[in-house]
Ligand binder design. Structure first.
Ligand code: PLP
Ligand code: COI
Length: 354
C-alpha cells in the first residue's frame, strides 16, 4: 500500500512486527521499527526521500563505504507524552551536525527539508513504536554512507541517507566505571574527532575492549599529545564536579560538539549552577579525588542521557566517586528529560512537536 505524508512517498509494510516487541524490557538499539526512510544521492544531487518497510540494503562489493569508510551518522530520540503527542529534542542541531560531519568526509550536503520532513513523516507512520515507559524512547539513527562503487581512493559519486528507528531502553545497564586512557588516542588535531564519523567509533573498539577486560565500561579519552587533558568518553561528553563547580572541556576538532553537553551548560547557567568550560587535566581530577573535592563525574549524550560515573581508573589505581543522590547529575537529568518528554517547562524552546 502506498501513501503520502509531508509530501513524501510511503510504501507501507504489509504487516507490523510490533507485537513481537517486549516494551517493558527494551535494550538499546536492538529491535527496529517497521519502516525506514531512504534518500539517494546520484547524478550530482540528492533525490527526494521515500519511506519503505525496514529491509536490508544491497550494495556492490566495490561500494566505497567498505573500502574507504565514508560514513557519518547521528543519534536522536523521539518521546511520546501522556496525550500521545510526539516530541523531538533540538532536531535542527542534529541536521546541522550531520552536514558538518559530511563536509569533513567530502560527502555532499543533505537538504535540511529532506532530513526534517522525512524524519517527521517516518515518526508519524511509526508513532506506535515510541515507548512511553520512563527511561525508554524511540532511538533515531540517521546516517549517510558512500554507496558509489570503485577502488579509486576518492569520494564516491553516490550516497545513501537512511533513517531507522529503534525502541530503546537505557544505554548502560549498570554502574559506569571508566578508565582514563594513557596510551591510545581517539582523535588528533586536524583529524575527524569532531565529526560523527563511523571510523571514529571503529578506532575506539580495541582500546575499549582492553578497558572492559579490566572491568571498565568506557574509556575517557585524553589529548593525543601527552594524555594530559580529559577530553570525552567513547559515546558521551564528560562533566566533572569539583566542590560545587561543574567543569567540562572545550570542544575542539578532536571532540564531538554534543547537543546534550551544550544543553547542560545552558541549563546549569540558567539555574545558577557554577559551570566552567575549560581544559581540565587528569592531575587536577586525581588530586581532587585524593583530597575529597571531587564530588561527581558524569557522561552526557543522547544515548547515555546523563550517566553518573561510579569511579575511574588511572595508572593502575582505582578512584571511587562519592555515593550520593543529591547530585547535579540527578537534578540535571530530571530537568532535561522533563523538557524532552513534555513534563516540564521548556524556557529554551528546545522541544519540537512532530
Ligand atoms: N561524544 C561522542 C563520541 C558521542 O558519540 C556522543 C553521542 O552522540 C556524544 C559525545 C554526545 O553527543 P550528543 O549529546 O549530541 O548525543
Ligand atoms: C548517541 O548518543 O546518540 C550516539 O550516537 C552514541 C552512540 C555511539 C550510541
Amino acid at each position: 500500500m502506498s501513501a503520502i505524508i509531508n509530501d513524501i512517498e510511503i510504501i507501507k509494510a504489509e504487516s507490523s512486527n510490533i507485537t513481537a516487541v517486549d516494551f517493558d524490557n527494551l535494550t538499546f538499539g536492538s529491535v527496529f521499527s517497521d519502516h525506514m526512510l531512504v534518500c539517494d544521492y546520484k547524478d550530482g544531487k540528492w533525490h527526494k526521500p521515500m519511506i519503505m518497510p525496514y529491509q536490508p540494503v544491497t550494495l556492490d562489493p566495490s561500494a566505497k563505504i567498505f573500502h574507504y569508510g565514508q560514513s557519518v551518522f547521528e543519534g536522536m530520540k523521539a518521546y511520546k507524552d501522556a496525550e500521545d503527542n510526539v516530541w523531538l529534542f533540538r532536531p535542527e542541531q542534529n541536521c546541522k551536525r550531520l552536514n558538518i560531519s559530511s563536509h569533513r568526509l567530502a560527502i555532499p550536503e543533505l537538504p535540511e527539508a529532506y532530513f526534517m520532513e522525512g524524519l517527521k513523516a517516518l515518526l508519524q507512520l511509526d508513532k506506535d513504536w515510541i515507548p512511553t515507559k520512563a527511561g525508554s524512547s524511540l532511538y533515531i539513527r540517521p546516517f549517510i554512507f558512500a554507496s558509489g562503487n570503485g577502488f579509486h581512493a576518492s569520494p564516491a559519486d553516490a550516497y545513501k541517507f537512511i533513517i531507522c528507528t529503534a525502541p530503546s531502553g537505557a544505554y548502560f545497564s549498570g554502574d559506569v566505571k571508566v578508565l582514563i586512557e594513557e596510551t591510545y588516542s581517539r582523535s588528533a588535531n586536524g583529524g575527524v574527532g569532531f565529526a560523527k564519523a563511523g571510523g571514529n567509533y571503529a578506532g575506539q573498539f580495541y582500546p575499549t575492549q582492553l578497558a572492559k577486560a579490566k572491568g571498565y565500561q568506557q574509556v575517557i579519552w585524553t589529548d593525543d599529545n601527552n594524555h594530559e587533558y580529559i577530553e570525552e568518553a567513547g559515546a558521551m561528553n564528560i562533566f566533572i564536579r569539583i566542590n560545587d563547580t561543574l567543569i567540562t572541556g572545550p570542544t575542539s576538532d578532536r571532540i564531538l560538539d554534543g547537543i546534550t553537553r551544550k544543553s547542560i551548560i545552558e541549563l546549569a547557567e540558567a539555574e545558577n549552577i557554577p559551570v566552567e568550560v575549560r581544559k581540565i587535566t587528569v592531575t587536577e581530577v586525581v588530586d581532587a579525588a585524593k583530597n575529597g573535592t571531587l564530588k561527581e563525574m558524569f557522561g552526557a549524550g543522547t544515548a547515555a542521557v546523563i550517566s553518573p560515573i561510579s569511579g575511574f581508573g588511572y595508572k593502575g589505581t582505582d578512584y571511587d566517586l562519592p555515593k550520593n543522590d543529591d547530585t547535579y547529575a540527578n537534578y540535571l537529568k530530571k530537568r532535561i528529560t522533563d523538557i524532552q518528554t513534555n513534563k516540564g517547562e521548556d524556557p529554551f524552546g528546545w522541544r519540537v512537536k512532530v
